[in-house]
Design a binder for this molecule. Structure first.
Ligand SMILES: [Zn+2]
Length: 187
């Protein structure tokens, strides 16, 4: 029969295991949003990555699971068919309702920040944020997702946060969102 001491130890191990994983937000899987299969996949050779890059889509906003799934399928079609890339470029995409959609995910090299795709992950907020901010839910989800990446060992604990325009001449992630992320930790 298990002693109280053993039961206590068992519970602590469970609790520690749970805490070490961190409280990651739920992610809409590729299957759930109806992703096409990638044409090819390449894995990050070095993890955790040093950078977290913030992007906007520069397109329309979406506020429901169904609308955002359609929006994200649109990015994938554009990236694969018009840009000729292997898959949707972003690591993750976040809708106006805070839903997080898996793009290339934590472990694969993306096509989001030219010259830095092997050393960072790309997070895209759906919408054009030149003149207004994303919703609080959308920004909270991005922050929670980056924290989850750090807790899971996918993003370095001393990571650097940057906007796309810091690495390349582009309006991305929009004037308003760019000013906002400069106030976030690790910028
Ligand atoms: Zn961008």
């Amino acid at each position: 029969m298990m002693s109280d001491k053993w039961l206590f130890a068992f519970c602590c191990v469970l609790l520690l295991g749970y805490t070490a994983q961190g409280a990651c937000p739920s992610i809409v899987s590729r299957t759930e949003w109806g992703a096409r299969a990638p044409k090819a996949v390449s894995y990050l050779s070095h993890q955790p990555v040093k950078y977290a890059f913030i992007h906007h889509s520069a397109g329309g906003e979406c506020f429901s699971r169904a609308n955002c799934s359609r929006t994200v399928r649109g990015y994938q079609n554009y990236h694969m068919d018009d840009r000729g890339w292997n898959d949707v470029g972003y690591s993750f995409m976040v809708g106006g309702n805070g839903d997080i959609f898996e793009g290339r995910g934590w472990d694969k090299v993306g096509a989001h920040t030219l010259g830095y795709n092997t050393v960072g992950l790309g997070f895209c907020l759906s919408g054009n944020f030149m003149t207004h901010l994303p919703t609080k839910a959308q920004m909270d989800s991005v922050k929670a997702l980056i924290k989850c990446g750090v807790d899971s060992g996918k993003i370095a604990t001393n990571y650097t946060l940057r906007g796309h325009r810091d690495m390349k001449s582009t309006l991305c992630p929009g004037d308003k969102l760019y000013a906002e992320i400069k106030t976030w930790p690790h910028y």
